[in-house]
Design a protein. Structure first.
Length: 158
């Protein structure tokens, strides 16, 4: 439950090492800066929680040029961090049948780049970085669609 509001019932998170994105779930804060998460039926298997502040209207993603993209919801990447180097990427707009990714270190060094195929649903892709020797830390991932203004940015943890 989030702030006393049930969001899932009879859900089993599975054994350790099982990763699945749940949500998004909308909630309001009962008090400034406080979010109450409760579980029942055993120990919760939670790897992370992402909290977004909504100020009304439709959230958008801003392209690097400063123009507003056509994304209706915030993009997601999971599991993040990934114990295997394999990630599922979600975005709400159809960017085309293939994308280009660029992975950059916090110091701006190019770590990896290449094409990435969009799944048949048109709003997700699998990224396999298991072959890339990544030190533990924060990286910046950029996906670019057929048009240069079609960009999505992610913070990727390893």
């Amino acid at each position: 439950a989030l702030n006393g509001q049930a969001v899932l019932s009879t859900y089993n998170s599975g054994p350790a090492g099982t990763w699945k994105k749940l949500g998004p779930f909308e909630t309001s804060l009962a008090a400034p800066g406080q979010l109450q998460l409760t579980t029942s039926g055993g120990v919760a298997n939670i790897s992370g929680i992402e909290v977004w502040k909504a100020t009304g209207g439709t959230p958008t993603t801003t392209a690097a040029s400063g123009a507003t993209g056509s994304f209706a919801i915030q993009p997601a990447i999971y599991p993040n961090p990934s114990p295997t180097g394999r990630y599922t990427i979600e975005f709400s707009a159809k960017l085309g049948t293939s994308l280009t990714y660029t992975l950059v270190s916090p110091l701006g060094r190019l770590v990896a780049q290449g094409p990435i195929r969009v799944a048949s649903d048109g709003v997700s892709a699998e990224l396999d970085l298991s072959h890339v020797p990544l030190a533990t830390g924060l990286y910046h991932l950029r996906l670019v669609g057929a048009q240069p203004q079609q960009q999505v940015h992610y913070r990727l943890l390893r």
